[in-house]
Design a protein around this ligand. Structure first.
Ligand SMILES: CC(C)(COP(=O)(O)OP(=O)(O)OC[C@H]1O[C@@H](n2cnc3c(N)ncnc32)[C@H](O)[C@@H]1OP(=O)(O)O)[C@@H](O)C(=O)NCCC(=O)NCCS
Length: 161
């Protein structure tokens, strides 16, 4: 059974590889190639990931199987009663085995006491939209997220705790 634990600075290279694989698999055809390239080379550079992992306000948890990082979640409080899920990724080879749900459970447990969880999911990301619906999120509206000069339509997901 894959194990969950907090991610730390020394996991940065494993995290970089996981995000690269997941971004190429998830966003091809949904996001412009230029955005995917910027994500992989800039936002997910080892240095950027290290900054995130070392942020004491942020929660990063990973799922490991035989020492390999196969899934991750990051989340943080955006106001007193609200937690935001920033990232949730499971390797394509490991999806539909309950790992995404376990990572979400861990993030919510960490912020016990919060009243709601929010997130943004790209309009065309059917896997993500279906997963969050199954988890109990409802979609309360839409927004446009600016990524690397592009405007990406997203749904606003919300889960009352
Ligand atoms: C979304 C994601 C994290 C789900 O992780 P996962 O480990 O596969 O999810 P789980 O196995 O816990 O799935 C729980 C339930 O969600 C629903 N679900 C998950 N993936 C689904 C899919 N591809 N299509 C339809 N429903 C899906 C199912 O109801 C599933 O239960 P079931 O397998 O018993 O039918 C994973 O697909 C992923 O990494 N996708 C790419 C990145 C992404 O879209 N992240 C979220 C947006 S930022």
């Amino acid at each position: 059974m894959p194990e969950l634990r907090l991610l730390v600075a020394s996991d940065a290279e494993k995290l970089r590889r996981l995000l690269r694989t997941c971004w190429l698999d998830t966003y091809k055809g949904i996001l412009p190639d230029s955005v995917i390239q910027t994500a992989i080379t800039v936002w997910q550079s080892k240095e950027s990931l290290l900054r995130g992992l070392q942020n004491p306000q942020a929660f990063y948890s990973g799922c490991f199987e035989d020492g390999k990082l196969v899934g991750m979640v990051s989340a943080g409080k955006i106001d007193e009663g609200t937690v935001k899920i920033f990232q949730l990724y499971v390797l394509p080879s490991h999806q539909r085995r309950g790992i995404g749900s376990r990572l979400m459970d861990a993030a919510i447990r960490r912020f016990r006491g919060a009243g709601k969880v929010v997130l943004e999911v790209e309009d065309g990301n059917q896997k993500g939209i279906s997963f969050y619906s199954k988890y109990g999120f409802t979609y309360e509206g839409r927004t446009v997220v600016k990524i690397g000069g592009e405007e990406i339509p997203c749904l606003l997901g919300e889960l009352r705790l």
